[in-house]
Design a protein around this ligand. Structure first.
Ligand SMILES: Cc1ncc(COP(=O)(O)O)c(C=O)c1O
Length: 314
């Protein structure tokens, strides 16, 4: 399925036509993967469309760029305002927003310092990543034969394009072998994350997730889930998770902007508990979807409203 096109894309402070957002094949990013990016969701709630944790995503974009010595001429506020305006002009109240900062056309060598830095923000309508049914019944996953990159190789705290060559290997392997998704281990054999999601496990009523030092992205949904668990008085902690722990925990779920909160029902064809969505996963999902659908008060201020009624952006 190809991308559902919208009208405008934001480029270096100006809106351009979707079809004009092109780059030269010899742009630095094409050969060397030199881009950082974000994935953000706008939800069409009854109170009006709103973007989930927009500021935190734009802050992570700036941090990712900073790690790679990419100087961005925009503040968090500039990027947040551009993101909100993008959704308004494209009239897409429920969409995925994709900011990209890339190194463009200039020198051909590896050293990127003479290549211009281009900033783009695009959005498009987007449904459930792992499917509607997956949110209820859960997904079947396996452990990937590919590890996440070792520490001090490709920095995993940056959401960089190059990291996703590793994610592609993981995801393709899952699909080819008939699984919905893979769980990747770090180079020490400890659980890291999925190809595009963080992972949580539940054992005896307590929730744990691998620390960032296990080569996991500092996911914004991960952070939200940890806060929601604390709100619900569910014990939650970062903890190193050995592979075999996955087979004997009570519940497992993935989380991320795309996957939202998705239960895992089996790992390597071993059923997790009864093989159905567990009660803590359900509580976390209810709280998460309650906030983004406007049914539960947004007590953490996670939603940035577009400040226009849904009808005005259709
Ligand atoms: C590798 C990886 N891990 C985790 C996540 C979840 O992060 P977030 O919740 O910020 O979307 C993503 C999605 O962006 C990802 O690509």
């Amino acid at each position: 399925m190809s991308l559902p096109k919208t009208e405008k894309i934001w480029h270096n402070g100006k809106f351009i036509q979707w079809d004009d957002a092109t780059i030269h094949v010899l742009s630095h990013v094409v050969s060397y993967g030199s881009a950082v990016f974000e994935g953000i969701r706008c939800y069409d709630a009854p109170q009006g469309p709103a973007v989930f944790r927009l500021r935190e995503h734009m802050q992570r974009l700036i941090h990712s760029a900073y790690i790679y010595r990419m100087e961005l001429p925009y503040s968090v506020d500039d990027l947040c305002n551009a993101g909100l305006e993008l959704v308004r002009v494209n009239k897409t109240p429920a969409c995925y927003i994709r900011p990209i900062v890339l190194r463009g056309y200039g020198d051909a060598g590896v050293n990127p310092t003479n290549n211009p830095i281009e900033t783009y923000l695009a959005c498009w309508e987007w449904g459930k990543y792992l499917g509607e049914e997956a949110l209820k019944s859960g997904v079947d996953v396996c452990i990937s034969s590919w590890n996440r990159p070792a520490p001090n190789t490709l920095p995993q705290m940056a959401k960089a394009a190059a990291n996703y060559m590793n994610s592609q290997l993981i995801r393709m392997e899952a699909k080819i072998n008939g699984y919905e998704e893979d769980i990747a281990l770090d180079t020490n054999g400890y659980v890291s994350e999925g190809s595009g999601e963080n992972i949580f496990v539940v054992k005896n009523g307590a929730v744990t997730t691998p620390p960032l030092a296990n080569s996991a992205l500092p996911g914004i949904t991960r952070d939200s889930i940890m806060k929601l668990c604390r709100d619900l008085s569910i014990p939650v902690a970062e903890q190193v998770i050995p592979r075999e722990m996955l087979y004997i925990v009570d519940e497992i779920f993935f989380c991320g902007t795309a996957a939202e909160v998705t239960p895992v029902r089996s790992v390597d064809r071993i059923k997790i508990s009864s093989g159905a969505r567990g009660p803590i996963t359900k509580r976390v999902q209810d709280e998460f979807f309650g906030i983004i659908n406007g049914k539960t008060p947004d007590r953490h201020g996670w939603l940035s409203p577009l400040n226009v009624p849904s009808a005005a952006v259709r």
